[in-house]
Design a protein around this ligand. Structure first.
Ligand SMILES: [Fe+2]
Length: 248
């Protein structure tokens, strides 16, 4: 026996039969179709749909306005980020290093982090002009390649492992770093403001890497199986190479 809600019955076929007489219905007679707005005949929306869409539009406008007004606050937060002490960062890196296997995703991520730290130093030390521009390009390529690989592979895995809030924080912090790198590109590279902004970004990135090495990545390492770790490694290296090789 079948019912109207039987998943084996096409709702379209069922809907073309009158529930009272059993006779076929012409399109304009069907009650469900009359109550919907998308009848294809250019009729006006029903009041309920119009109200729903209006409320949805207002909600979207509200959320968009909140996001835009929050942007300066996020930027201000980036400017006040304080890098952890050298001792704390060394301890976190040592802890993460103990969990690596040669060539795995964590080994590669720590390698990237060291390269990024070196690249920040190279920009600061470079003479204004072509040298600084070249050093900045290298830093931007490393940062972007590394963050893309993390966002495509590691942060989703972190969320899947149940660490949803930490995953969201990781995405948010990296979005902020990208925003700040774009702002840096608009500042005269020979000015003091450039070096000041560079130091703000460096502090925020060092804090982010400290969180990854001290907490997030060890969690990910502990929670995934050996098989999952191998898959993660292949995908992480692929994503990083895809960007850094294309950017050369
Ligand atoms: Fe990272």
């Amino acid at each position: 026996m079948t019912t109207a809600s039987d998943p084996n019955i096409s709702p379209v076929t069922d809907a073309n039969i009158s529930p009272t007489t059993g006779a076929p219905l012409v399109p304009s007679e069907h009650p469900r179709r009359r109550s919907r707005s998308s009848d294809g005949n250019g009729r006006l929306l029903s009041p309920a749909w119009a109200v729903g869409i209006a409320l949805g539009t207002v909600a979207l406008a509200y959320v968009t306005k909140r996001a835009v007004s929050a942007a300066p606050a996020l930027v201000a937060r980036a400017a006040t980020a304080r890098a952890p002490s050298e001792d704390k960062r060394s301890a976190a890196r040592w802890k993460a290093q103990q969990l690596t296997s040669a060539g795995d995703w964590l080994f590669a991520a720590l390698d990237h982090h060291r390269d990024i730290e070196g690249a920040f130093g190279a920009v600061s030390a470079a003479r204004p002009g072509e040298d600084r521009a070249a050093a900045l390009k290298s830093l931007a390529t490393l940062l972007m390649g590394h963050s893309i690989a993390e966002e495509a592979v590691l942060y989703p895995a972190l969320a899947e492992a149940g660490e949803i809030a930490r995953s969201a924080t990781a995405y948010r912090e990296q979005a902020l770093a990208k925003t700040q790198m774009a702002a840096l590109a608009d500042i005269d590279p020979e000015s003091d403001a450039f070096l000041s902004k560079l130091q703000e970004i460096r502090a925020a990135v060092l804090l982010h890497m400290y969180e990854e090495e001290g907490t997030w990545f060890p969690l990910l390492k502990e929670q995934l199986s050996e098989m999952d770790q191998r898959v993660l490694t292949g995908r992480f290296l692929d994503e990083y190479r895809r960007y850094t090789h294309a950017a050369v």
